[in-house]
Write a protein that binds this ligand. Structure first.
Ligand code: HEM
Length: 448
């Protein structure tokens, strides 16, 4: 399985970058890469990635891409079989597309010549040395008879005894799926025996033997065959390089929840959990919105509000009003928090606010605490909404204006509390910006 996962990663990276595209299943409406010629009836290990993904999702929902999981799993498989380790830079995102055409054209085949191998790796930014070292992946794993039949029946640069041995389990007709080890000596140990095979003309694939065929890579193959540490070092370097082929980063594409399907074909519910940014127009406000991305948020806000109200009892009221004035002007979108600048006139100096609304510095404090815990995740608008709620909870409520109702509330606290909560929830829902509308400001006083 270590070998199969390593190959899965190679076949992912070589087709439009290490973006998890190979993991996408074909559907009636989508043709992915799994049935491309180099992959069909050949790649394995998808269920291992599924199982890792399910466990990762259970710990960190919608956070780690399938592409990153595959990159880590490939490295760990090599290490478990005795191979070298390398640092896997993370942060890849998953493709929302795949290309069977690119899989057919970009991946080298077992009958490739040396010049084709060099060219196909060069097209991915990997030089001949990288190619020769990466081919050493064939120190582990198996190949099907269909991929080496032509070599053992037709090639001349093959040890005769070795060819005869392999022919026993790989007939000239039939037995396509019969397996043989790519490394004749130690197929379950990640070492340099593969290169010793090449020097002895025991290469299983035609493409393997091309590396040692009187050409420019001969010297390197000979060096690797006698110096395992040189191979291990170059393999690790080349793997780290291969792992960075055109990754999708930042907000590109998506983090899949299930590596086999794109988010667009996952349920709306799943889609909205996918990432704060990907929720786009489907987003609804939800009290559990930050449960996974910023679980400390409620505590940070509550703690800061306790402090603020302790410093000045009036602050709960001030923050409550700040929230009210925010919500009533184009919705609860944090617009009231924006400072005026030479080129921007905000709401702070509007008549109802000027020299009147207060508590900005409390929101600033909460925002910086929240940023320290969950960078660029929680909006200023949400912080203000939570702070207003907490302020009320901690402080006093200052009456209403409708006599009858005020009287009712004055002796029926339960009624008041219920109505108040209902009205607050209603107010908090006034035209919020959700999904990809607006932004997550880094500093509440400035548009990013
Ligand atoms: C240099 C060009 C390469 C060619 C032409 C090639 C071709 C092949 C072929 C034909 C097989 C057998 C597939 C089957 O039987 O269905 C195979 C297996 C394998 N390849 Fe490559 N490969 C190349 C490079 C690489 C690279 C760069 C890696 C990883 C870094 C890699 C990793 C593997 C592994 C580990 C297996 C065994 C998989 C298993 O047992 O499931 N190969 N390769």
């Amino acid at each position: 399985m270590g070998a199969s996962i390593l190959r899965l990663f190679f076949h992912d990276c070589f087709v439009n970058g290490c973006d998890g595209s190979i993991l996408l299943d074909d559907t009636a409406a989508f043709t992915g890469e799994q049935n491309a010629f180099p992959n069909k009836n050949s790649i394995r290990g998808l269920e291992v990635i599924d199982s890792i993904k399910a466990q990762v999702e259970a710990s960190c929902r919608a956070t780690v891409s399938c592409a990153d999981i595959l990159a880590l799993a490939a490295r760990d498989g090599v290490v478990m079989l005795g191979g070298p380790t390398w640092t896997v830079d993370l942060g890849r995102r998953d493709a929302r597309t795949a290309s069977q055409t690119a899989a057919n054209s970009d991946l080298p085949g077992p009958s490739s010549s040396l010049s084709t191998l060099v060219a196909k790796f060069a097209a991915k930014g990997l030089d001949a040395r990288d190619m020769t070292a990466l081919s050493g992946a064939h120190t582990i794993g198996q190949a099907r008879c269909a991929t080496f039949r032509s070599r053992i029946y037709n090639d001349t640069d093959i040890d005769a005894g070795f060819a005869a041995l392999r022919r026993q389990s790989c007939p000239s007709i039939g037995g396509d799926d019969n397996l043989a080890p790519l490394d004749s000596q130690t197929p379950n140990r990640f070492g340099n025996n593969y290169y010793q095979d090449l020097v002895a003309r025991f290469g299983l694939l035609h493409s393997d033997q091309e590396l040692f065929s009187g050409g420019p890579q001969d010297a390197l193959v000979r060096q690797y065959s006698s110096e395992e540490s040189a191979f291990a070092r170059d393999f690790a370097t080349a793997m780290a390089k291969m792992a960075t082929i055109s990754p999708l980063t930042g907000t590109a594409e998506e983090i899949r929840l299930n590596c086999r399907t794109m988010a667009s074909s996952q349920s709306l519910f799943s889609l909205c959990l996918l990432s704060l940014f990907a929720c786009a127009t489907y987003a609804q406000l939800s009290s559990s919105f930050y449960d996974h991305t910023c679980p400390k948020l409620p505590r940070i806000v509550r703690t800061a509000m306790i402090q603020a109200v302790r410093n000045e009892r009036r602050m709960g009221a001030s923050i409550l009003r700040l929230f009210f004035h925010d919500c009533f002007v184009n919705g609860c979108d944090g617009s009231i928090l924006l400072d005026d600048t030479a080129t921007f006139t905000g709401e702070k100096n509007a008549f109802p606010n000027r020299n009147s609304v207060r508590g900005f510095e409390v929101i600033d404090t909460i925002k910086s605490n929240v940023e320290a815990a969950c960078n660029a995740t929680v909006s200023c608008a949400d912080i203000l909404a939570l702070a207003a709620r907490d302020g009320v909870f901690l402080e006093l409520f200052n009456g209403g204006s409708q006599d009858q109702l005020v009287r009712l509330y004055s002796f029926n606290e339960g009624l008041f509390a219920g109505d108040f909560v209902t009205a607050m929830l209603k107010m908090g829902n006034i035209s919020p910006l959700t999904g990809s509308n607006g932004q997550i400001r880094l500093n509440c006083r400035k548009v990013n």
